[in-house]
Design a protein around this ligand. Structure first.
Ligand SMILES: Cc1ncc(COP(=O)(O)O)c(C=O)c1O
Length: 394
């Protein structure tokens, strides 16, 4: 008698929606925030100083300046370079708009160089083609947490006397040839936005190689008031301050640092879990007709911030945007990092950028999807993501 082949189990959709990029918040940070509330010291204070010390120690540098976002960190780093009208900053078209906006707000002219199709990072050869006497800085983004080709970028920058400002929004744990991301250029700018590998809700940090730059950023981040003006209400008596520049309101609050201190203390265990999930996805999707992240380059450490796949309709049988909708219907939250910068109308109008001129970034931007990747995910969440992707593209 023939035994009938069992029918495949019916597709099972999750009961609850899996929110993309949700951070893992634990009791230690909840208690630390409550402590700030009880002490009623909410603004910049001792917890911000501790978070700065802890972050500097993690990166092996002598000081770090906490701010309220990576956007602020990028803006102030570029201001510290004293860009003059007409000065250019070369960056990537495959980034969040904040990278480019910070150049504009610092008075620079953003110049785009296309990415490498595999690494999705700035292609040094493209950067070289965009260099000239007006370029004051190169602003690489360690995309998704993958280290840029820093030897090549630093060499080009030094040939032209330009600074390197690293956008490390995705790259807290990233390393390049034994050196930590954010310590290779003149400035390293980090984000602690709610989806990042260390979160403070909103928040940022700058590492500046030059102590004078760090001091200037500290002053510019708090209205241009002289150093340590936040201490003016402390128990050491009222302290007068001088305004030495027209600065910005970019300071981090103790309420934010309270979260960050404990998040940072768990960054390495979070990284291990991210790596585990990443490897599980790589193995599970190996046979599917979608593009997967390239292997991690030797002598580098990937921060595993984003796990991105490429959905090319001609291979996958479904368009990227329909894939996004199908994942949402499966109750799996997804992201797009990013449609290329020249696709946005503001830049087309003001910079005259055309997406086709940065064809690799454009192509990635049309096909990319970020899948959930966070230490908050349980094994069964990860398997739900895998089953949903398989159902949609197989
Ligand atoms: C590459 C990149 N740069 C800069 C930023 C800005 O970070 P923030 O939101 O902390 O200002 C982000 C935020 O997502 C980013 O992804």
């Amino acid at each position: 008698m023939r035994v009938p082949h069992p029918a495949p189990p019916p597709a099972k959709v999750r009961d609850t929606f899996l929110v993309f990029g949700q951070p893992l918040i634990q009791e230690a940070e909840i208690a630390e925030v409550a402590d700030s509330m009880r002490k009623a010291w909410l603004g910049t204070g001792p917890k911000v100083s501790q978070f700065e010390r802890d972050f500097a120690a993690y990166k092996g540098v002598s000081q770090a300046v906490a701010l309220n976002s990576c956007t602020a960190a990028l803006h102030l780093s570029l201001l510290a370079l004293d860009l003059k009208p007409g000065d250019e900053v070369v960056t990537t078209p495959l980034t969040f708009c904040a990278t480019v906006n910070s150049i504009l707000h610092a008075g620079g002219i953003p110049v785009l160089a296309d990415v490498d199709a595999k690494t999705m990072n700035l292609d040094p050869e493209e950067v070289r083609r965009k260099m000239g006497p007006r370029v004051r800085a190169i602003l690489p983004v360690h995309f998704a947490g993958r280290a840029c080709d820093m030897d090549a970028l630093l060499a080009i920058a030094s040939e032209w006397g330009a600074a390197v400002v690293e956008d490390c929004a995705h790259a807290i744990e990233t390393e390049y040839k034994g050196r930590k991301a954010g310590t290779l250029g003149a400035f390293g700018c980090f984000s602690f936005y709610s989806t990042k590998n260390v979160v403070t809700g909103e928040g940022g940090m700058v590492l500046a190689r030059d102590a004078e730059h760090a001091d200037r950023i500290r002053v510019l981040g708090l209205h241009g008031m002289s150093r340590d003006a936040w201490k003016r209400f402390s128990d050491q008596g009222f302290k007068h301050y001088d305004v030495v520049e027209a600065g910005f309101k970019y300071n981090m609050m103790d309420l934010q640092a309270a979260i960050g201190i404990h998040q940072l203390s768990r960054v390495e265990s979070g990284w291990k879990r991210r790596e585990e999930i990443w490897n599980r996805y790589q193995e599970a999707f190996a046979e599917l007709p979608i593009g997967l992240p390239a292997p991690v380059e030797p002598e580098t450490r990937h921060a595993y911030h984003l796990y991105t796949v490429l959905v090319d309709e001609s291979r996958a049988g479904i368009s990227r945007d329909r894939f996004l909708d199908a994942m949402t219907a499966e109750k799996i939250g997804v992201g797009v990092h990013y449609r290329s910068v020249p696709e946005h109308p503001y830049y087309q109008r003001t910079q005259r950028w055309r997406p086709a001129d940065y064809s690799r970034a454009y192509c990635i931007g049309q096909q990319t999807v970020s899948l959930p990747l966070s230490p908050r995910l349980s094994d069964s969440d990860v398997e739900d993501v895998i089953s949903a992707v398989r159902r949609i593209v197989q």
